[in-house]
Design a protein. Structure first.
Length: 100
């Protein structure tokens, strides 16, 4: 069974503290990623995104791309790493050659 909270946590937990909180009555959740310096990203994830594994993976990939750009990574390399094999689970930043 698909657990979206595990999918989100597994995607970011090695590099960031992951906080998920219910944001709205419609079932939307707020994802907050933080490190020792503070909050690095906040994203609202709708119930529809949360409940669809494919859409949720797209949200995760989008967040990863945004973080990589903020960290000064080459967006084309990041996109290539994220789309290399769509059947393979998304890799953590360290596997993509990114550092905090």
């Amino acid at each position: 069974m698909h657990n979206p909270f595990d999918q989100i946590s597994d995607a970011f937990a090695p590099e960031y503290r992951v906080n998920l909180s219910i944001e709205r009555l419609d079932g939307s959740i707020m994802l907050t990623l933080s490190d020792d310096a503070g909050v690095v990203a906040k994203r609202l994830i709708s119930q529809a995104q949360r409940n669809d594994p494919v859409r949720l993976q797209r949200v995760i990939d989008s967040i990863r791309l945004g973080l990589a750009i903020e960290l000064g990574q080459n967006p084309l390399q990041v996109l290539a790493a994220l789309t290399r094999d769509s059947r393979q689970e998304a890799q953590p930043f360290s596997a993509l050659g990114m550092a905090n």
